[in-house]
Design a protein around this ligand. Structure first.
Ligand code: UDP
Ligand code: MG
Length: 309
């Protein structure tokens, strides 16, 4: 018998704990045929509702269910890391508790694993049910990201992924604090099969991602997997120096040919405000990387466990 670890990050998902379990267990016959044992790891990411109680109820009924409860909300990336770290399976799969990652895809995924792929990933081809502006920004993010990063980050990729122990260990070897999971999956490589499916809307409860949270997350992603913004800052500096140099020559020549009329205050103000804007912008970019480095060198734990069953 082989073991499959199902990792379910939960943040305020009391309504979905049981639904998810039921949906997953619809694969029971498949698990039997494929000779798979399952362990289900609910990672409670500091929920403020009854998620923990619900999972405990479930544990009473089924010993294959496990609970890891964080001391506070550490974010989904931390939950995934904890799940992978605690998983014992020959295979591991991450799934959202809200059933946006349909467990019915599992048999298909195993088909590809058995054909020799190391991991099977999913991407949604539609974003229906999502605000248009959000889709547009997401599209832009993936376009920019793939331009400036050597790690491939697939548009519409979900965190729903089945992988072998070898891939799990590779991911666990990346112990960085700023965990941009989509980038980490791409970075480790291995043979990956992509399955496509239509977006499924969240079953119950509501999304934990506001637009602002997503925006900050996209900056995390960029700083974690690209240093191109730093290069852009330097290039802008060089361009402005060149421009200044030419400008100096023009001014000197003009002074020698036409004397020194004391005009030019408006243009001076424009130049000063433009250049100081660019300077602050570049300083901000450097600051972003510095802050990430700062958090990284502190070597704080990625998550803290309050309770584990
Ligand atoms: N999640 C989490 N910690 C967080 C935010 C979300 O563990 O800080 C979990 C959440 O419970 C869900 C999954 O991550 O199982 C995806 O979250 P959500 O459905 O809110 O995101 P969306 O599908 O809207 O992108
Ligand atoms: Mg969701």
């Amino acid at each position: 018998m082989e073991l499959l670890s199902v990792i379910v990050p939960c943040y305020n998902e009391e309504e979905n704990v049981f639904d998810f379990y039921d949906e997953l267990m619809k694969n029971a016959t498949f698990f039997e045929e494929r000779k798979l044992q399952v362990e289900i790891l609910y990672i409670d990411d500091g929920s403020k509702d009854k998620t923990v109680e619900k999972v405990k109820e479930l544990i009473e009924k089924d010993k294959r269910v496990h609970l890891i409860s964080f001391s506070r909300n550490f974010g989904k990336e931390a939950a995934i890391y904890a799940g992978l770290l605690k998983s014992k399976g020959d295979y591991a799969v991450m799934m959202d508790a809200d059933l946006q990652d349909p467990p019915s895809l599992l048999p298909d995924m195993f088909l590809h694993i058995d054909n020799g792929y190391d991991s099977v990933a999913t991407r949604r081809v539609t974003r229906k049910g999502e605000p248009l502006i959000r889709s547009w920004f997401a599209g832009m993010f993936y376009k920019i990201m793939n331009r400036i990063s050597r790690t491939e980050i697939v548009d519409g990729a979900r965190d729903y992924r089945l992988m072998t122990r070898q891939v799990v260990d590779a991911i666990l070897a990346m112990t960085e604090y700023n965990r941009f999971t989509k980038g980490i999956f791409g970075w480790v490589g291995f043979e990956t099969k992509w399955l496509e499916y239509e977006n499924v809307e969240r079953r119950k409860g509501e999304t934990k991602w506001s637009f602002w949270k997503l925006f900050l997350y996209s900056i995390d992603g960029i700083t974690a997997f690209s240093t191109v913004p730093l290069a852009i800052a330097s290039i802008m500096g060089v361009l402005f120096c060149l421009f200044a140099f030419l400008f100096i020559i023009v001014i000197i020549v003009r002074k020698m040919m036409f004397g020194d009329p004391t005009s030019g205050w408006p243009s001076l103000v424009c130049i000063i405000s433009l250049v100081s804007g660019v300077q602050l912008f570049c300083l901000g970019i450097v600051g972003q990387y510095l802050s990430k480095t700062y958090m990284e060198v502190k070597r704080r734990p990625i998550y803290l466990v309050k309770e584990e069953i």
